[in-house]
Structure formats: C-alpha cells, structure tokens
Design a protein around this ligand. Structure first.
Ligand SMILES: NC(=O)c1ccc[n+]([C@@H]2O[C@H](COP(=O)([O-])OP(=O)(O)OC[C@H]3O[C@@H](n4cnc5c(N)ncnc54)[C@H](OP(=O)(O)O)[C@@H]3O)[C@@H](O)[C@H]2O)c1
Length: 260
C-alpha cells in the first residue's frame, strides 16, 4: 500500500494528507509527493519532488491533479512506475479506461471524495473493476470517509452530483439563510452566528443516527406553526423537490461533458 505517490497536492491532496495523519492511517513518511508548486512545509517528513527514479517505489498512486491537465501530469511519471503499482484517481469525470491506458494498463480505481476527509468526515464513492484496485481505494479512503461502492462507472456522475459537489450546495444554503435573516432585521453578524450554529447542530443530530431526516423534520414542525409556514415555501411548488433534481441534472450533465 505504501509508499503512496501523491500526483498533485492541492486542496484535495492536502486534505487527505491531513486526514490520514490525524486518523493515524498514513504518516507523511508514507508519502511521495509530486507537485511543482507544493508548500513543502505543510508536508514535512514526506519525500517531495524526488528524482524520477524514486517514483518506482510507489505501491499506490493517487492521481489528484485538475482533470484538465491529468494527461500532461502523468506523462513523465509513467515510465518510472512499478508495473504492479495501483492507480487511484480522484480526477472528476476522467474515465477508468482512459486512466488505465495512460498508465500503461495498470489497475485503476476511481474515487469521488469530499474535502471533509481533512477532518475524517468525508464521503468517497468508489468504482473499480479490479478487486485489488477497489481494496486499495478502500484502504486510502475508509479511514477518513464514509465509503460507497458503485456497481457501475456511469453512476460516478450521479455520485459527483449528490456528494462531490454537495458541500457547496449546503454552503450556498447557509449563505442564503444568513442573508434572509439579516433581511428580516437581524444584525448580519448575529444572523450568521445563528444560521451557522443551527445548521451544524442539526447536522450533528442527524449524524447521531437512528432517525430519518423526514422524522427529524417532523419533530420540529408543529402543524400550523412557523416552521410549517416556511416549509410550505421550501417544499412547495418550485421548492427543494423541484430545484434539487434540476441542480443534480445540471451537475450530471457537466460531469459528462468534463469526461469528454
Ligand atoms: N476540491 C474538491 O472539493 C474536489 C472534490 C472531488 C474531486 N476533486 C478532484 O481532485 C482533483 C484535485 O482537485 P483540487 O481541488 O485538489 O485541485 P488543486 O487544488 O488545483 O490541486 C491540484 C494540484 O496539482 C498541482 N499540479 C499542477 N500540475 C501538476 C503536475 N504536472 N504534476 C503534479 N501536480 C501538479 C497543482 O499545482 P498548481 O496550483 O501550481 O497548478 C495543485 O497544487 C481534481 O481532479 C478534482 O476533480 C476535488
């Protein structure tokens, strides 16, 4: 499994390294990192931008560069890799067959993670035809994420829409909630404090488990009360039930376009 070669150590590569360290899963010493613009101090103890010959030691390669430049980024690396190195890609939209081809037929898993891996609370949707590649992806992500195995690669688009992109939906919701609270007369800072703490607390109650979201919603919604009045807007015509399918459709369409 180790050393793990991180190809790209930006937001997601950095989030993973932080999560692994805090979970005691992998230490910096387990990592070889290749990134032209790395903040080396943030990865102290890792082997950073070594001579290409050192890449042959990597048992697992995490492809974590932007999808637009992935071919360019792997070109110089491939000749130095061990033949049995396993490739785990988080590049959005890039198909496993294309990755396998670029990596000279090596075994490949695809993963769609979220940045909360940095605090051990990420999600990771995994697809791999090969059992060893799937096991490697599990070993990388299970310590820092809730993992879901996808039965076919096309579902990666839907997983991206419902998970990879979804933290931004929640942040957008909180932004709008804060602004709406301020529009009702609350001091902007007070509205922000209330909105953020309320959402974090509500998510923590859901995380405690045992109750469905619909049940939790009913517990805080008295018939004819204030919450019911707001929900008649949010869950009525043009509300979440209409908006989220449209939003996910847009994300799926874009994911397919990026995949080419
Ligand atoms: N961020 C997310 O929430 C998220 C969620 C799911 C999946 N992903 C996937 O994760 C991947 C990385 O995303 P990110 O947000 O971490 O991007 P990012 O912050 O831009 O990180 C990519 C890193 O790769 C570096 N890089 C550029 N060219 C390279 C090369 N030839 N070899 C090695 N490294 C190179 C970049 O350096 P420069 O800055 O100098 O270009 C940057 O530090 C993407 O494929 C994305 O689809 C991200």
């Amino acid at each position: 499994m180790t050393p793990i070669l991180l190809l790209g150590a930006g937001r997601m590569g950095g989030a993973l390294a932080e999560g692994w360290r805090d979970a005691g899963a992998f230490a910096a010493a387990d990592l070889i990192i290749r990134d032209p613009n790395i903040d080396a101090a943030a990865f102290e103890g890792a082997l950073v931008n070594p001579a290409p010959e050192a890449l042959g030691a990597a048992k697992t390669v995490l492809l974590a560069v932007k999808p637009q430049i992935w071919r360019e980024a792997v070109k110089d690396v491939v000749p130095h890799l061990a033949p049995d190195a396993i490739i785990v890609s988080i590049a959005a939209g890039v198909r496993a067959a294309d990755i396998a081809e670029a990596f000279g037929g090596r075994r490949v898993a695809r993963v769609m993670p979220t940045t909360a891996v940095a605090i051990g609370q990420g999600t990771a949707s995994i697809f791999a035809d090969d059992a060893d590649a799937r096991a490697a992806a599990h070993a990388l992500f299970a310590p820092v994420a809730t993992v879901v195995d996808l039965p076919n690669e096309d579902l990666m688009h839907a997983a991206t829409a419902v998970s990879g992109s979804a933290p931004a939906y929640l942040y957008a919701f909180v932004e709008a909630l804060e602004a709406a609270g301020a529009a009702q007369g609350l001091d902007a800072a007070d509205s922000a404090k209330l909105a953020r703490a309320t959402i974090i607390g509500a998510a923590a109650l859901m995380a405690r488990g045992g109750e469905e979201p619909a049940e939790l919603r009913k517990q805080v919604t008295s018939p004819g009360g204030t919450t019911a009045a707001a929900l008649s807007v949010l869950m009525g015509e043009g509300g979440f039930g209409d908006l989220l399918p449209k939003a996910l459709e847009a994300a799926v369409t874009r994911s397919k376009e990026l995949g080419g």
